[in-house]
Design a protein around this ligand. Structure first.
Ligand SMILES: Nc1ncnc2c1ncn2[C@@H]1O[C@H](COP(=O)(O)OP(=O)(O)OP(=O)(O)O)[C@@H](O)[C@H]1O
Ligand SMILES: [Mg+2]
Length: 327
């Protein structure tokens, strides 16, 4: 992939947290990139560091976080080194995040119309007259298929359903004309049918506008439908990455294989068991491969040394010493 085609390039990123005098090493040397217009997935079980990764991209990490190593380049500029004014512009226009819980992303004391106007005003170049701004807000709500945009503009967040709020959040994020969308399990706080609609909507908007997107999800079905490239995360590391179809057809890392087996089977075999064991204590992570304590294939070397990333096929990489023995 050509370097200048990249909108986002994460290199060797490690993030720790200070917790009660201890240091937890959560994100451990992750690298991945997103090309312009590419749809990239980030998958892994709860607590593996997906949200932390997205927050690092926007440089909105919690105050107890430490960037222990690495860079995050957005259009060639390191977000950790951007001057304040540039960083503000980047967050207003460059990249935007859609959160899991729409309620927490909207301000309860302002109407939807006012919140959208503010977002548009700050994102726009120069001044806009009132009438033009009103039309833009209406358009933004229409774009996310909200019927009756005028009524919605006058509503407060508590007057809308969860699905409507999530659509408003998407409208706010997209209205600013951002290039990169960070979608953190959008709609998982909503019921399944609404979640499905929201995902379809995001997918369609991303395609229509040629946006780049990082889609975080527990759901392998969603990832398969929405992304063309996927990173599988385990305990703060990327264990496997590649062309989505390829990773789903021929998973090579024991964790990816186990994750695939977790998907409820629709063939009458019932719900498969989860991946046995649990994520390691980040204050004392395993020395070698972080999956080694749970891995049925692990040998001595896996406990001692971190496996390097190796190419196992076209556009397909795995960090595992025994990737070729995994079935
Ligand atoms: N501010 C913080 N202080 C200390 N630890 C944190 C902080 N934020 C996150 N962590 C820890 O970092 C790890 C990764 O958290 P993160 O929220 O990134 O996971 P996730 O993959 O998004 O999980 P989920 O799927 O449940 O949303 C967890 O162990 C979490 O406890
Ligand atoms: Mg999360």
């Amino acid at each position: 992939m050509e370097k200048n085609n990249l909108i986002l390039d994460i290199r060797n990123l490690s993030i720790s947290f200070r917790v009660y005098g201890k240091i937890t090493k959560v994100i451990d040397q992750i690298s991945f990139s997103v090309a312009k217009g590419q749809r990239v997935g980030l998958v892994g079980e709860s607590g593996c560091g997906k949200t932390t990764t997205l927050r690092a991209i926007l440089n909105v990490l919690p105050s107890n976080a430490i960037v222990a190593s690495g860079e995050v380049f957005f259009n060639g500029r390191d977000v950790f080194k951007m001057p304040a004014a540039e960083l503000e512009q980047f967050r207003r226009k460059g990249a935007g995040m859609i959160f899991q819980d729409p309620s927490s992303a909207l301000n309860p004391v302002f109407t939807i119309g006012d919140q959208l106007k503010t977002a548009l005003k700050y994102a726009g170049q120069g001044k806009m007259d009132k009438g033009a701004l009103y039309q833009q807000v209406k358009q933004a709500l229409g774009d996310v298929y909200l019927a009756d945009p005028e009524r919605i503009m006058d509503s407060y967040p508590f007057q809308l359903s969860g699905g409507m709020k999530q659509r408003v959040c998407i409208a706010v994020t997209l209205a600013a004309g951002r290039e990169l969308l960070l979608a953190d399990e959008p709609g998982t706080s909503l019921d399944v049918t609404i979640q499905d609609q929201i995902l379809r909507l995001i997918n369609q908007l991303v395609l229509d506008r040629h946006l780049s997107v990082i889609m975080v999800s527990h759901s392998l079905g969603v990832i398969r439908e929405v992304t063309s490239f996927v990173n599988i995360m385990y305990a703060g590391t990327i264990v496997e990455s590649g062309d989505t179809g390829m990773v789903f057809r021929q998973p090579k890392h024991p964790y990816t294989v186990a994750l695939m087996n977790c998907v409820p089977k629709l063939t009458g075999e019932g719900i498969a068991e989860g991946v046995p064991g649990r994520i390691p204590d980040y204050a004392h992570p395993p020395l070698g491969c972080r999956f080694s304590p749970r891995c049925p294939y692990a040998q001595e070397i896996c406990h001692q040394e971190r496996p390097p990333r190796s190419e196992v096929g076209p556009n397909h990489w795995v960090s595992c010493y025994f990737a070729n023995e995994v079935m």
